[in-house]
Design a protein around this ligand. Structure first.
Ligand code: TYD
Length: 211
């Protein structure tokens, strides 16, 4: 394990990751942990290109998008200002909204999944999380949340794509289960209930050593 704890949240769009991340991070801080909260895509120059593509301003092929997310992820790990690596090395925990599992589930549908996985898992500069929490929610429920909360929809934010992406997430987790710590939580309950389950997983993985 890294010196700091590296925790990633994943889920389809509208699965409530943002809320649960905020709750876990504030609980960790209350327990005295130093936590750096971050997300992908980042606000790097590459992240900007990705946002343009997600918003439909610039059409990009799935292979191009995979490579852009990969570049952004390497930057996210190694950059000297706020790279994940340096936080973990100095013992700060990192909680990240999306990581390479999203590339597998989203780009791995239109681009060759094996290729996307090799690029990410084979890159030494891309650190492996200590824990990935997947907030599982059915695509119909998430679509309703997107409808109520978003002004405009991004390219993947449609029901048929989200159904495929959820399925792909679950397939990928099955493929990775021997080498990664991935915990699937039902994200459809009340916010407090889901938060309790997230915390239970966190404590079971890190041994409740915070207190
Ligand atoms: P999201 O977490 O929904 O951010 P926001 O709420 O700010 O829009 O992420 C943006 C989109 O990026 C989401 O639809 C998933 C997509 N994505 C990929 O397709 N591949 C990736 O590797 C990552 C990290 C994200």
């Amino acid at each position: 394990m890294n010196k700091g704890r590296f925790i990633v949240f994943e889920g389809i769009d509208g699965s409530g990751k943002g809320t649960q991340i905020d709750l876990l991070v504030s609980e960790m801080k209350k327990r005295g942990r130093q936590v750096y909260q971050t997300a992908e895509p980042t606000s790097s120059a590459t992240g900007g290109l990705i946002r343009d593509a997600l918003g439909g301003l610039q059409k990009r092929d799935a292979y191009e998008l995979s490579a852009l997310f990969l570049t952004d992820r390497i930057f996210h790990n190694v950059n000297e200002v706020n790279g994940i690596k340096q936080f973990l090395e100095k013992g700060t925990d990192v909680v990240c909204d999306r990581y390479y599992y999203s590339s597998f589930a989203y780009q791995g549908i239109d681009a060759d999944l094996k290729w996307v996985m090799e690029l990410n898992l084979g890159c030494q500069e891309i650190l492996r999380p200590d824990l990935c929490i997947f907030l599982d929610a059915d695509a119909d429920a998430c679509d309703e949340r997107i409808e109520n909360n978003r002004f405009e929809r991004e390219i993947y934010e449609n029901l048929s794509a989200q159904k495929k992406i959820r399925k792909r997430f679950l397939e990928v987790f099955e493929m990775l289960k021997d080498r990664e710590n991935i915990q699937i939580i039902n994200g459809t309950g009340k916010i407090d209930q889901v938060a309790k389950e997230v915390l239970a997983v966190y404590d079971s993985v890190f041994g409740g050593k915070d207190r």
